[in-house]
Design a protein around this ligand. Structure first.
Ligand code: ZN
Length: 397
């Protein structure tokens, strides 16, 4: 265990359940306890700290050059219900280690260094990446029923507005996170240099058939919407595998009407979610799925686009810097997209150049008690983050 992993284990296990998993929902007492302990370690490392109006934690370490903008390190301190130790907490604790190491080595950065621990990154009634969207000014306080939802957490629309920061004040945003997928673990690679956060496109696919008596309608004469949808689901899965290595497509929800044992289904609605870094690959996939759907004899299909969240590329200078740091340190690495959303996403949308560093998740598991990253990988990642901060301090204006 290192100084870094000791702190990570202490903060990361706040909210531990009997089965070993962690529950530290945004705004909960356990979350606030984690904020308090993180704040204490941040202050010991030299940061001045502040808890903002939506319970994000901010730390500030001054630089030597007053004309420079801050380098920000950030991630989140909340977890899902029955989540793990590393998701989010790793990146916040890493910022403390960066400051401790600067102090230990007697290095003063030219740029101010800021460390942000965000509240409620995980999905909630307030929407995912809540804390970072507040900072980026991306929360729609006028959305229907939003004020009432905020009240349940003891905050007001004014609190949301007060948490906003002028992101043009920041040089860049760095997030160090577990991969939450199995690529690095399976391929035995130490570091993922993130190219960007993938696009997420969702459709409702509706299969239209004809309802009739399940006993008297002969097989040759049926228009069974569920049989049609089943064929499309199998095709959707195979096509995603064929088209591109990093394309993922999921049909995760299905609704059958009228949903009775003795009636041929006349309508099936299924959700299709597709993720990839390049919107053009997703477009091609959707085009092919629609073409195949038209050839399925059992049902007529219609497609309704419900969600289009376009990809967020990481900054090319930051990608190159992290790659170079890995090369110089002799650490195996690969440039790869992030299939999951992160706090870096709202930061990028607000105009801050973002860079992300991934370390392997054992068996690709996350959002569960079995979420694990080997201690030596945690240490490699924080070392790469530290070296990246030093390199950017020289490189950036
Ligand atoms: Zn996370």
């Amino acid at each position: 265990m290192s100084r870094f992993t000791d702190i990570l284990m202490e903060i990361g296990t706040i909210g531990k359940n009997e089965d070993g998993s962690i529950t530290r929902i945004g705004f909960s007492e356990d979350y606030k306890q984690a904020v308090a302990l993180t704040k204490k370690y941040m202050e010991e490392a030299g940061f001045t700290t502040e808890i903002d109006t939506v319970y994000n934690l901010h730390g500030y370490l001054p630089g030597t050059d007053p004309n420079t903008k801050s380098i920000v390190i950030g991630s989140h301190l909340d977890t899902v219900i029955k989540g793990g130790i590393f998701d989010g907490c790793l990146g916040v604790c890493a910022g403390i280690e960066v400051a401790n190491r600067l102090k230990e080595e007697g290095i003063k950065l030219r740029h101010p260094l800021e460390l942000w621990g965000f509240n409620m990154e995980e999905s909630s009634p307030l929407g995912g990446t809540f804390g970072s969207r507040c900072v980026a000014g991306m929360v729609d306080i006028n959305a229907e029923g939003y004020k009432e939802r905020l009240e349940k957490y003891g905050i007001t629309p004014e609190d949301i507005l007060a948490a906003r920061r002028d992101v043009s004040e920041y040089a860049c945003y760095l997030e160090y996170h577990i991969e939450q997928g199995d690529k690095l673990f399976n391929e035995g690679i130490d570091i993922g240099v993130v190219s960007g956060i993938v696009s997420i496109i969702r459709y409702d696919i509706i299969a239209h058939g004809i309802s009739n008596h399940a006993g008297t309608t002969m097989m040759a004469n049926r228009k069974d919407a569920l049989v049609g949808m089943s064929k499309l689901i199998v095709k959707a899965n195979a096509l995603a595998k064929e088209l591109d290595d990093t394309l993922v497509a999921t049909i995760g929800k299905i609704n059958v009407s009228p949903g009775q044992e003795n009636v041929i289904p006349n309508e099936v609605v299924a959700t299709l979610e597709v993720r990839h870094m390049e919107p053009s690959v997703i477009d091609e996939y959707i085009r092919l799925i629609k073409k195949h759907a038209a050839e399925i004899p059992d049902a007529e299909f219609t497609f309704q686009n419900t969600v289009s969240k376009y990809s967020t590329p990481c900054d090319s200078t930051l990608i190159e810097t992290i790659k170079k740091v890995c090369e110089e340190a002799g650490i195996s690495h690969v440039v790869m997209p992030s299939g999951a959303g992160h706090d870096a996403n709202p930061m990028a949308h607000a105009g801050v150049p973002i860079g992300m560093i991934f370390v392997p998740s054992k068996d690709g598991l996350s959002h569960c008690g079995a979420e694990w990253t080997e201690m030596h990988h945690c240490d490699i990642g924080v070392d790469i983050l530290y070296r990246t901060v030093l390199a950017l301090d020289e490189l950036m204006v």
